[in-house]
Ligand binder design. Structure first.
Ligand code: PLP
Length: 431
């Protein structure tokens, strides 16, 4: 019996027995529609035959060969396919084993680039309040939750946090979405100037925020302005697409919809699609080449990174996504899901917002719709909704975040892209 699986005291979780498409089935035979997609992981649904066949075929050839000594055909083909579909200018790939590791590698790469390009003073990171980028020390330092960082403060790299562009409660009276987004983007420039551009290494952000507030896209124009500011000050733009990437928002990389390309981008969850732990950090040739031609000091090595079985699974997933029209399907079905949620809940007194892109949709739960006043945190509304949905046979991903210092309750819906119309109705009915 494992005693180290993280769980809330007293929480009882059913033991999953098997998966079938968009459903998970527990040991008692109860079926759950997986509208969380395993926290935005499962893009193909459970038990996809093509991915399972690819994993089995790789295991029959070789389970593992240390990547320090060998590369493998699936790893090389995966890297090529990722580059073929990556944002403009991104043409180098480092395969890793998950999202936090991808973020860690991105931060180290940025720092090494600064050292190799004669800018050793640049070590500071700017990120956004309320953000989440993982739980390793670098990722934790970057995340915008002061409470989570506090116990580790002496160990963390220096990061400051600006407002997120989606924090509508910080908006001035009558200010439009666009004006608000640009004003908040300009806070980055103010912060870079306050810190001194010669000390700032990178700005880190998710294009569509997932982990704390449930699918909040940046307003239009925000990221174009961010890109300009980074370029003006020689600051690297690192996009965390661990949750929102791999087609979930309706384009393979979420930033495509913002019309910009980052210097470094991380992906993970949807790349393994719940079949294997795998992720990647991708960067521009400019960054890679400066490091490759430099001191040779860059280190990012883990025993299992680039694992052939994980790479075979990810290659099968990415092939399905890019060849079988599944990204366009995520866009289409996401619009249907939003329309269904709006028809059912737009006027509901406890729904403050319905938002997102593709099959990455969020509901904000509020005490009062008109003022968007949040529920008191101790009511734990998001957790109660999760429990009720579970009882009804629906898995959604509840979040109790903080909005501008005030608690908020949110529900993330991130179902597999193979979703059918009948599943959309089932989600709406069971919520
Ligand atoms: N970045 C974002 C935006 C995430 O949502 C997560 C995980 O939820 C991570 C990074 C960390 O990924 P992992 O849990 O695979 O380490």
């Amino acid at each position: 019996m494992s005693h180290l699986i993280p769980r809330a005291p007293g929480a009882v979780r059913p033991m999953v027995d098997r998966g079938e498409g968009v459903y998970l089935i527990d040991q008692s035979g109860k079926r759950y529609l997986d509208a969380s997609g395993g926290a935005a992981v499962s893009c193909l649904g459970h038990s996809d035959p093509a991915v399972i066949a690819a994993i089995k075929a790789q295991l029959d050839r070789v389970a593992f060969a240390h990547t320090g000594f060998f590369t493998s055909e699936p790893a090389e083909r995966l890297a090529d396919l990722l580059i073929a579909h990556a944002p403009a200018g991104i043409d180098r790939v480092c395969l890793v084993s998950g999202g936090s590791e991808a973020m860690e590698a991105a931060l180290k790469l940025a720092r090494q680039y600064m050292l190799e390009s004669g800018q050793p003073g640049r070590h500071r990171v700017i990120a956004r309040r309320q953000s989440y980028h993982g739980t390793t020390l670098g990722a934790l330092a970057t995340g915008g939750n002061a409470g989570r960082r506090a116990p580790f403060a002496p160990l963390l790299a220096e990061t400051t946090h600006i407002a997120p562009c989606y924090a509508y409660r910080g908006r001035a009276e009558g200010e439009s979405d666009e004006a608000y987004g640009l004003r908040v983007a300009d806070e980055l420039e103010t912060e870079i100037e306050r810190l001194g551009p010669e000390t700032v290494m990178a700005f880190v952000a998710e294009p569509v925020v997932g982990a704390t507030l449930g699918a909040v896209p940046a307003v239009s124009g925000y990221f174009r302005r961010i890109r300009e500011i980074c370029d003006r000050h020689g600051v690297l733009l690192i996009l965390d697409e661990v949750m929102c990437g791999m087609g979930r928002t309706g384009t393979l990389f979420a930033c495509e919809q913002d019309g910009i390309a980052p210097d470094i981008v991380t992906i993970a969850k949807g790349l393994g699609a719940d079949y294997q732990p795998v992720g990647a950090m991708l960067c521009t040739g400019r960054i890679h080449d400066a490091i490759a031609a430099g001191s040779g000091a860059f280190q990012h090595g883990h025993t299992y990174m680039g694992h052939p079985t994980a790479a075979a699974a990810a290659l099968a997933v990415l092939t399905r996504l890019t060849r079988d029209g599944l990204v366009a399907r995520a866009r289409r079905m996401g619009e249907r899901l939003e329309a269904s949620l709006r028809a059912a809940f737009a006027e509901h007194s406890h729904i403050g917002d319905i938002r997102g892109r593709g099959l990455f949709r969020g509901l904000e739960l509020v005490e009062d719709r008109a003022s968007r006043r949040p529920f008191a945190p101790d009511l734990r509304v998001h957790a109660r909704l999760k429990a009720a949905a579970f009882e009804a046979g629906l898995i959604c991903y509840p979040m109790g975040g903080t909005v501008d210092g005030r608690a908020g309750d949110h529900v993330l819906l991130a179902p597999p892209f193979i979703l059918e119309d009948s599943h959309v109705s089932e989600i709406t009915d069971k919520l």
